[in-house]
Each structure stands twice: as C-alpha cells, then as structure tokens.
Design a binder for this molecule. Structure first.
Ligand SMILES: Nc1nc2c(ncn2[C@@H]2O[C@H](COP(=O)(O)OP(=O)(O)OP(=O)(O)O)[C@@H](O)[C@H]2O)c(=O)[nH]1
Ligand SMILES: [Mg+2]
Length: 244
C-alpha cells in the first residue's frame, strides 16, 4: 500500500531531522511536510532530505493552522494516488515506529485507526504534569459528553491513519475546524458517516524541543465545536456527507 505521512510544522527545527529519519526507517512510506512560515532551520533541514525522493514539502507563508495543513496534505496525496494517509505531530510526541501497527490494524478492516493514549483505562503519557493531564482528560470528557463519540477513548489524538476511501465520503472542503478541534470534527464526520473506526494504544511523549503552538483561540474553538455539531445534527442532517 502506498503510504503518505503528513507532518505539519511551524518552527520544528530542533525536531524535524530526527522525526524524518525515524519515519523513513519505520516503514515504506513517503512524507509530506506542510510547513507554515517557519523562521528557523526547519525548511532547510527538510530540503536536505529531498534527495531521498521520499520527502516532500509544501511551504505556506503564514501560520494557517493544523486543520488546513492536513487538508492540504491529504489533497496533495489524493492527487498522487496514495492509499493510506497518516497524521502525525512533528515534535516527537508520536513514535513513528508505531506506523506498522496502524497499518496492521487497518488491514483488519478499518477505514480509520486512531492512536489512543487512554485505552483500557490507562494513561500512556510521558512528561506531562498533572495540570496538562487534567486538561486533556477534561477535553475528552467534555467532548464525549456532548457528542455521539462516547465509545472512543481519545477523541483529540493527532496520531491517526485514514484509508483513501474515507475522503470519498468525507467532504474535506467543508471541515471548518482548524486547531485541535479539527481532530474531533474529523472523527465525528467519520463516525456519522458509518465508517469503521479502530483504536490502538500509543504512548505520547511531551515535546522536548521547540515550543507549543497551543493558544486560547484553539481551545475556544474546541469548546464551541460540540454545540456547532449539535446545531447541525438538529437542523441539517448529513449536510457534510459528500453526495453519492
Ligand atoms: N503547518 C502547521 N503546523 C502546525 C501549526 N500549529 C501547530 N503545528 C504543528 O502541529 C504539531 C502539533 O502542534 P503542537 O504545538 O506540538 O501541539 P500539541 O502537541 O498539542 O501541544 P504540546 O503538547 O505543547 O506539544 C507540531 O508538529 C506543530 O509544529 C500550524 O498552524 N501550521
Ligand atoms: Mg506537541
């Protein structure tokens, strides 16, 4: 299967080289970096991998958000015939060596596989303080309480794999969320479309280098999302499903 790993980056100069190396060695995959206006060495480091013919980059001149970065990456891959699409952070929080495990799970018959930090009641996170853990747990509790995503253990996880066919069903152009809410909205759309969604356990490592891009706007967007989705369920059934 032709695999594309999309890595969104904004000033990940301290991490990108290592993540590219690890990813190239982890599986037979290509990598698309969608870089938003990095002013550090990120772009130069990515360019040094071009000779591998497995690493590509889209350069955007403003910080346009995680959601549009992934959508741009997915569309790029769809045009080039890739069959499996990975989302992964570029700050070493996600271990690329898990990629083959996602593929095995997909091969069991899933359309989407989500890497979960909280499967079977465990917490697989390294390097978080209590406050950060509480925030993540609360976000999951909040979203699950207000959406139909009850059975999932980690609705905000950004380590995922989608089968190409998912994008025949989900209308990417109509996804409105752009921060972490993007992950929730994608899972919601997949679930509502009746796609087969699996979860596998992952360990999440807090970033060592670089700085977090989380801000208040992103948190606010995620807080509002369940109400936007509820409104849509009440008044516009299935508006976002692609016409067959
Ligand atoms: N292209 C692009 N990438 C982004 C943007 N915002 C964040 N990223 C990248 O998305 C990934 C996740 O962002 P982080 O800031 O690490 O967010 P997080 O992992 O939830 O937060 P931390 O726990 O603080 O690391 C990283 O690879 C970032 O470089 C953006 O606006 N555009
Ligand atoms: Mg991170």
């Amino acid at each position: 299967m032709r695999i594309l790993v999309t890595l969104p980056t904004h000033n990940e100069g301290g991490n990108i080289e290592k993540i590219l190396d690890m990813t190239l060695n982890s599986a037979q995959c290509d990598i698309l970096v969608v870089d938003d206006n990095s002013i550090d060495s990120t772009r130069d480091q990515v360019r040094s991998f071009f000779s591998s013919k497995r690493v590509f980059m889209i350069e955007r001149e403003a910080k346009l958000g995680l959601g549009t970065a992934y959508i741009t990456g997915f569309k790029w891959g769809l045009m080039r015939g890739y069959e499996l699409f990975f989302e992964m952070d570029a700050d070493l929080s996600h271990d690329p060596n898990m990629i083959p495990h996602f593929v095995s799970e997909i091969n069991k018959g899933y359309d989407v596989v989500v890497g979960s930090r909280y499967m079977k009641g465990t917490i697989s996170v390294v390097g978080w303080d209590f406050r950060r853990l509480l925030l993540s747990k609360f976000a999951n509790f909040y979203i699950k309480s207000l959406t139909p995503l009850k059975r999932f253990t980690d609705v905000t996880s950004g380590f995922r794999c989608y089968r190409r066919e998912v994008f025949d069903v989900i209308a990417l152009d109509q996804i409105k969320s752009n921060g972490y809410a993007f992950q929730i909205e994608m899972l919601y759309r997949c679930y509502m479309a009746g796609l087969r969604i699996g979860e596998i356990p992952i360990i999440f490592y807090e970033r060592n280098g670089g700085s977090s891009k989380m801000d208040k706007r992103v948190v606010r967007e995620a807080m509002i999302l369940p109400f936007r989705l509820l409104y849509e369920r009440l008044f516009f059934k299935n508006i976002l499903k692609k016409p067959m």
